[in-house]
Design a protein around this ligand. Structure first.
Ligand SMILES: [Zn+2]
Ligand SMILES: [Zn+2]
Length: 342
């Protein structure tokens, strides 16, 4: 099979022939129909974080495909099933975090396309328990971006503890942000969008946000404090310290900001406001298997769709280059088996 493989951090991926993996006990093999390209993949191949991918590495963790082989101890009914594979590839099921439904925090977790081969390939194997059935009304190109960008935005919104009817400021209208707007609406919230690009804000408007503000040209914090008294919830998808500072300025008393992007360095927190106005600033990392099921169901039910651009597997390095240049609108989705139906 063909796979895009990283041999050394910071180098381009090489498109090469690899042995077709065989599912072991409790595993399924997934023939990849679609795999989204996420910023996490870009950070991983550049070696940006203290955690590094295991080399050689086949990235990709936004995977939709068909089960085409099963190992021993897997129900035969799973053959032919359309499934999603996401960042959590395996958790221990034994630790205190797994025990309380917080498997995203499992210290023993293994990550798809990072610790084990991912979806920038024609096929991969995964534990059957981590191959999530895809609702029948979603096609692969729609489902793939939900597996990371979608679930990250859904979970991040939940982490703000916003209630139906609440305003929520979505800061950054990119791959995650444009899905977050749709999830916020599906959850009965009132999203407003903040970005520095008028094109991004036009996209936000087309997705039904009531208000858009340009952080470069509008006095965003002053305007929202004057009009709304601040907002109870901020979803921070932009990954700069400057954006996070702005997010803090938008909150009203008891407000919560959930951060889903990782800025390159640390940022300062407004300690006085956090104490006196009882702000909460909280990180949110991906989602659990149940979060993924919920995010997929909501997408199917409410017509939540990522703006996607499809590319063949061989275009993966070009996709990363454009991502680095910030010239991707929505999500690039690779189709490693180009003959598979969209
Ligand atoms: Zn991702
Ligand atoms: Zn665990």
């Amino acid at each position: 099979m063909l796979a895009a493989v990283l041999h050394r951090l910071g180098e381009p991926l090489s498109i090469e022939e690899r042995p077709l993996p065989q599912p072991g006990s409790g595993q399924v093999r997934v023939r990849v129909e679609a795999c989204g390209v996420c910023h996490t993949d870009l950070h991983a191949i550049r070696g940006d974080w203290h955690a590094k991918p295991r080399l050689p590495c086949t990235p990709g963790h936004e995977i939709c495909g068909i089960v085409d082989a099963i190992g021993p101890d897997v129900a035969a009914s799973r053959l032919g099933e359309r499934v999603g594979v996401f960042w959590l590839n395996r958790t221990c099921g034994q630790c205190e975090w797994c025990g309380v439904g917080w498997e995203t925090l499992c210290p023993n977790q293994i990550n798809t396309g990072f610790g084990v081969p991912g979806g920038f390939a024609e096929a991969l194997v995964v534990d059957a328990d981590f191959a999530i059935p895809i609702p029948q009304t979603l096609i692969p190109l729609e489902a793939a971006p939900i597996l990371c960008a979608g679930v990250s935005s859904y979970k991040g919104i939940r982490e703000t503890e916003a209630k139906p009817g609440d305003w929520i400021a979505i800061v950054g209208v990119g791959g995650v942000g444009h899905l977050a707007i749709q999830y916020a609406r599906a959850l009965g919230l009132r999203p407003l969008a903040i970005d520095v690009s008028d094109d991004a804000l036009a996209l936000a408007k087309s997705l039904g946000v009531e208000r858009t503000l340009n952080a470069r040209t509008d006095a965003v914090a002053r305007t929202l404090r004057k009009d709304l008294g601040g907002v109870p919830a901020v979803l921070m998808t932009a990954s700069s310290a400057e954006a996070i500072r702005l997010g803090c300025e938008l909150l009203r008393r008891r407000g919560t900001m959930a951060i889903v992007g990782i800025p390159p360095g640390d940022f300062q927190v407004p300690t006085f406001d956090i104490v006196v106005k009882r702000f909460t600033i909280r990180g949110s990392i991906g989602g659990t298997r149940q979060d993924v099921r919920d995010a997929l169901d909501l997408a199917a039910l409410h017509g939540i769709r990522a703006k996607v651009e499809t590319q063949p597997l061989v275009a993966v390095n070009d996709a990363f280059a454009r991502m680095e240049a910030g010239s991707v609108a929505g999500r690039i989705v690779l189709r490693p088996n180009a003959s598979a139906p969209a």
